[in-house]
Design a protein around this ligand. Structure first.
Ligand code: VG1
Ligand code: CO
Length: 545
């Protein structure tokens, strides 16, 4: 086998964000760009010789081209075998499942998740470790470091592999095995939930479901699991064929980008009782009842509270975990169950140690991410099946289940306001002004409310002791309300600021007050403290979820 060594030079800006490196396709397709980053990953591995790599992505534009390059480089890096999803497809949770099931050394997932795809839009890449989870910050920092000093990358020359045919071929000394991207994952989910009961629900004439795959990766997974294995009527899955540009949309399951689903769920003529959607790479979920959207922060709390109804979790939860900006609804469930609730920085990579150590069973993020110890990624279809399992067991509507939950635990009214594509310099100025005020804020009355504490969230991982600073500015009020400010680490254009708003309402008589109305005082406080209009030049958020 002959390895070709290609001279290269460092390319600026290859710093992984919340979930891998995400850039425009035009950036990724520059000569050496992908190669430099992949070589920098491989240069930080130790002991991969002869071992298995898992490779696949969400099917977006450039996915197939990148796979051919990565295969040649993986062969040169000494991997013994690479498992590739047919047609280059592997949803993020399926990749995690495949890594774990086959005892792989690690995996490379090609995705920019909820970001749009196509020649003028986004591409992304991230490395997952042998536990199936995203590499930690120590690793991604080392990769970035390597990209700044790299001088060569290596590959094994050869013809392109036919990604559309199952079976095994060879590049140099490495086997390339094209696998069914759905089978291992579907089998895993089937082992967790009460499929018989869910099937009976899905076949009832008075229960109608819609799953919107948003032209992204979950189409084939949802069709296999919901329509084939569980017998939901054909057509339950809509927009079910993965397209390289996701049909021109944002594959982001929120009320703005999944407006079609929300409208369908509010249309009495369609008679839909349960709606769900997932994102580009299949790790997010949106849950909608008849004319009722479930807030992702409530969703994780409801899943935790109903653990006893789901076979895989019925024996009990070891603990739960949520990202810091996620509402404290799940904390209340944990307190009632007498189990720990961990608060981590944003991004699934921070849950990995807790899951591996058996400290947390369920994890959730406000950004429509929910998952468990069955894999090491958040998992969109898993959340949908968990909800179906609850609905089948309780025989109540989605809205009824959530309202009942609020009556029992109180309601953590919650919303996130996103300001997308702000000029980076303006966003930085806004945050530095905000950070400067933090020491003086406690005790002050702002927009009529007393600030109790204000800080920049920092986290020490309770398992490995690693430290992460500057993970979001928090302003906490006396009554437990919070406003959190963060800059997104997944965008590719300018800066996206996220403002997270939360207020706890115990009184059931107040539970139906519209969310934005209930949060109005906090929205005013956020504006007052951060001077959003003046500093960002925006007078309203682009997306409210
Ligand atoms: C966003 C979400 C975060 C999520 C991350 C990756 O990050 O807020 O909760 O883990 O996306 O999800 P940020 O840095 O833009 O706020 V995915 O589905 O894009 O892999
Ligand atoms: Co995603």
């Amino acid at each position: 086998m002959s390895i070709t060594t290609v001279n290269t030079r460092p390319i600026a800006g290859q710093k992984p964000g919340t979930s891998g490196l995400r850039k425009k396709v035009k950036v990724f397709s520059q000569p050496g760009y992908l190669e430099n980053f992949v070589q920098s990953i491989f240069d930080n591995l130790n002991g991969q010789a002869g071992k298995t790599l898992v490779l696949g992505g969400d099917g977006r534009y450039f996915n197939d081209v990148a796979i051919q390059t990565i295969l040649r480089m993986a062969a040169a890096a000494g991997f013994g075998r690479t498992l590739v999803g047919k047609n280059g497809i592997l949803s993020t949770p399926a990749a995690s499942a495949v890594i774990r099931k086959h005892g792989a050394f690690g995996g490379i997932i090609l995705s920019a998740s909820h970001n749009p795809g196509g020649p003028d839009d986004d591409f992304g890449i991230k490395y997952n470790q042998g536990n199936g989870g995203p590499a930690n910050e120590t690793f991604t920092d080392a990769v970035y470091q390597r990209t700044q000093e790299i001088s060569v990358y290596r590959l094994v020359e050869g013809a392109d592999i036919d990604l559309g045919r199952l079976g095994t071929t060879q590049i140099g000394a490495m086997q390339v095995e094209i696998i069914d991207p759905v089978a291992d994952y579907a089998e895993l989910l089937e082992s967790l939930f009460d499929f018989k009961r869910i099937a009976a629900l899905l076949q009832r004439p008075d229960f109608r479901m819609r799953f919107d795959a948003m032209h992204a990766v979950t189409g084939p997974y949802a069709k296999e699991i919901l329509e084939r294995r569980l017998g939901a009527p054909a057509g339950t899955v809509v927009n079910g064929t993965p397209l390289p540009d996701f049909g021109g949309g944002h594959p982001d399951p929120n009320p703005v980008y999944a407006a079609d689903l929300v409208a369908a769920m509010a249309d009495p003529a369609l008679g839909l009782s349960f709606g769900a959607a997932s994102d580009g790479d299949g790790d997010r979920n949106m849950i909608v009842g008849a004319n009722f959207i479930v807030s992702p922060s409530d969703s994780i709390a409801v899943l935790a509270a109903n653990y006893a109804l789901v076979p895989a979790y019925a024996k009990g939860l070891a603990g739960v975990a949520r990202s810091m900006p996620t509402s404290c609804a799940v904390d209340r469930v944990a307190a009632a169950l007498g189990i720990p609730c961990f608060e981590t920085p944003t991004g699934w990579k921070f849950f990995g140690t807790l899951l591996d150590a058996g400290k947390a069973t369920l994890c959730g993020e406000e950004s429509a991410g929910t998952g468990s110890n069955h894999v090491r990624e958040k998992d969109g279809l898993w959340a949908v099946l968990y909800w179906l399992n609850i609905l089948a067991a309780r025989n109540e509507a989605v809205e009824q289940i959530v309202r009942d939950h609020w009556r029992r635990y109180g309601r953590n009214v919650y919303s996130r306001h996103d300001y997308e594509g702000i000029e980076s310099a303006k966003a930085e100025a806004l945050f530095s002004a905000l950070r400067q005020q933090l020491p003086a804020l406690p005790g002050q009355i702002v927009a009529g409310q007393r600030v109790q504490a204000a800080d920049d969230f920092a986290y020490t991982d309770p398992v490995d002791g690693s430290r992460s600073e500057r993970q979001g500015v928090r302003i906490l009020l006396d009554d437990g309300s919070r406003v959190v400010f963060r800059l997104s680490g997944t965008g590719t254009e300018g800066a996206t600021m996220r403002v997270y708003l939360e207020r706890y309402v115990a009184d059931p008589a107040q539970h139906s007050v519209p969310t934005q109305e209930a949060l109005a005082p906090l929205i005013a406080l956020a504006e007052k403290v951060a001077r959003i209009v003046e500093m960002s030049g925006r007078d309203h958020p682009d997306v409210i979820s």
